[in-house]
Design a protein around this ligand. Structure first.
Ligand code: HMG
Length: 340
């Protein structure tokens, strides 16, 4: 069978199903940048992403500015956000203090949720003790106790809550991480009310079979009340060893329909030394569309934004898909002007 007919067959099998892209470039993409990026640039990035069709844009973090100075302007950024019921802008919250700051901001908008600049937070913990300590200064158990309280308060305030588990396969300090650890944590995150748990290959060195194994252990462990429901999981893959897209597609094949990605392949966790950026939105969207899924993202626009934000932060554009699309667009433009 030709490659083209194989592709058509694959595309038909996924029947145009929707995969939600959680665009993490304004948060995960920028948090590790050393030079302070102006809030106006972050706002422009978010607006460009909204125009390109992103339905979920992680827009900042209410974390300690001593730990991650780049995110200290999150309230300022949210204040510029025009509410749109079709787009969510989750922000990371690690503890009560972070939630207090967010709730104080939301008070400015009153009780009408449709006026809020965000109605969603993301909690985060890790599958390895050393990473948890390095990232949040506490043990996994302590972090879950902290997050349970934060989640209860957030849900009572009318916010949606998403959860992250970092280092599900490899830890930069401890090496290989047992997939069972993620299962235990996912169970607790779902029980505390997270609508979805994003499985983080923070280091960016997991293989597709390792990520499948992590998902399988999560589904096994959460097969009671939560029904081992694959719709409660998301993929968050970094691309250090070039396995990011393969990992995303492997999890999508297992039924995952929510994928985190960053334009230009920006990003990385400040407490994951040596890890490079997130898997780039451009290659994820290209790969998913080629496999017959739809994402609602305009691929050419995503490529332009990836180049734009890379220029803004003075980095090379890490998306090879993005660079290829831009080169094709430039060629087409040249051909058009030659014809005139
Ligand atoms: C959790 C803490 C706060 C504990 O840090 P700590 O030092 O133990 O906290 P503390 O309670 O002792 O407070 C220390 C200071 O920070 C302040 N503080 C305390 N909390 C807040 C807050 N929320 N907002 C603003 N300020 C805060 C607090 O008021 C105090 O200020 P001081 O009295 O010294 O002036 C710290 O470790 C922290 O902020 N960690 C966050 C690190 C981070 O943001 N990492 C990156 C995000 S996670 C990630 O990238 C992974 C992910 C999600 O993408 C998935 C993946 O790839 O795996």
């Amino acid at each position: 069978m030709s490659i083209a007919s194989q592709r058509t067959l694959l595309a038909n099998s996924s029947k145009g199903e929707h995969v939600r892209i959680v665009e993490v470039s304004p948060r995960d993409g920028l948090q590790n940048e050393k030079g302070l990026i102006p809030a106006s640039t972050k706002v422009e990035l978010i607006h460009k992403l909204r125009k390109a069709g992103a339905e979920c844009i992680e827009s900042g973090s209410f974390v300690s500015p001593k730990w991650v100075p780049q995110m200290k302007d999150t309230a300022e950024i949210l204040r510029t956000m025009r509410p749109d019921s079709t787009i969510s802008h989750p922000v990371l919250v690690p503890n009560d203090k972070g939630l207090d700051l967010l709730l104080k901001l939301l008070e400015e908008y009153g009780s009408d949720k449709s006026a809020w600049p965000t109605d969603e937070i993301a909690l985060f913990t890790a599958a390895s003790e050393q990473f948890c300590k390095a990232n949040t200064n506490c043990s996994i158990q302590e972090s879950l106790q902290r997050l349970e309280k934060v989640s209860e308060r957030a849900l009572n305030a009318g916010l949606r809550v998403r959860g992250y588990i970092s280092v599900v396969a490899h830890c930069p300090y401890q090496g290989k991480v047992k997939p069972e650890a993620s299962g235990e944590i996912a169970e607790q995150l779902l029980q505390m009310g997270c609508y979805e748990v994003s499985l983080g290959d923070t280091v960016g060195s997991a293989s597709p079979s390792e990520m499948r194994e992590v998902l399988a252990k999560c589904l096994q462990k959460t097969s009671g009340k939560n029904g081992g429901d694959v719709s409660k999981y998301a993929a968050h893959c970094h691309d250090t060893m070039g396995t990011g897209l393969a990992n995303v597609l492997a999890l999508v094949r297992e039924g995952v329909r929510s994928v985190d990605a960053a334009v230009g392949g920006l990003g990385g966790c400040p407490y994951s030394p040596g890890a490079t950026g997130n898997i780039d939105t451009e290659s994820v969207v290209y790969g998913l569309h080629a496999e017959g899924y739809e994402t609602g993202i305009d691929l050419e626009e995503a490529a332009k934004i990836g180049q734009w934000i890379s220029d803004q932060v003075g980095k090379q554009n890490n998306s090879s898909a993005g660079r290829a699309i831009l080169a094709r667009l430039a060629r087409q433009e040249e051909e058009m002007s030659a014809k005139l």
